[in-house]
Design a protein around this ligand. Structure first.
Ligand code: AMP
Length: 210
């Protein structure tokens, strides 16, 4: 097992890229920290109860809480698998916790998208609450409006995708997560792709860079 970390702002397309690639490559596994947390919130687990308020405000949940979930996934992932880590680490402390697991990091790919474009993208984002597939009303619409192509569930707008919370999430990204660019650059692991070429080309560029 090894890992590729996807770095990028909320709405940069990390989840879409990782989801697409994992669907068509049996040895790639998409692990989204946001999906793990939303799952815990939906189930009402103790971790979910603790995380809920932070998530609704667009803040990071406590490092130890999400790090434990990621460690559990790492422990249960064996064999010839590359984990596409989407949303973790989100700050330097988490990156150090990840390093301490000893799981090898193959590369870190920054999906680069300017803030102005992020706001528009998130405004049109729709998510399947059941199978977690992601859509966009114009850039990546489902075949039937409002319905998931893959499992038929009704698509939703994530609670934290409202414009005010998105602004807060971007502030958090620049303050907490962006320092990871220099952190991984110093380790010679960083690659960068232009995340503004559309879902198919973004996924191709990512695969070539990782
Ligand atoms: P995402 O789906 O990656 O945009 O994550 C949604 C929300 O989950 C974030 O705004 C945070 O509240 C929380 N979250 C996800 N990943 C992490 C993480 N690595 N550390 C702290 N909070 C996280």
């Amino acid at each position: 097992m090894n890992m590729v970390i996807l770095l990028g702002a909320p709405g940069s397309g990390k989840g879409t890229i990782a989801g697409r690639l994992a669907e068509t490559n049996a040895n790639l596994k998409h692990v989204s920290s946001g999906d793990l947390l939303r799952g815990a919130v939906a189930k009402g687990t103790p971790a979910g109860v603790e995380a809920k308020g932070f998530m609704e405000r667009g803040q990071l949940v406590p490092d130890g809480l999400i790090a434990q979930m990621i460690k559990d996934v790492i422990a249960e992932t064996q064999g010839d698998v590359t984990m596409l880590l989407d949303g973790f680490p989100r700050n330097v402390a988490q990156a150090e916790m990840l390093e301490a697991t000893g799981a090898p990091i193959r590369s870190v790919v920054l999906v680069d998208v300017p803030d102005e474009i992020i706001q528009d993208r998130i405004a049109g984002r729709r998510t399947c609450p059941k199978c977690k597939a992601g859509y966009h009303v114009t850039a990546l619409p489902p075949k039937v409006a409002g319905v998931c192509d893959k499992c038929g569930a009704e698509l939703v707008v994530r609670k934290d995708d409202n414009p005010d919370t998105v602004k807060d999430r971007l502030v958090v990204y620049h303050r907490e997560t962006e320092p990871l660019i220099a952190f991984y650059e110093a380790k010679g692991l960083l690659r960068k792709i232009d995340g503004n070429k559309g879902p198919v080309k973004n996924a191709e560029a990512f695969l070539a860079a990782m």
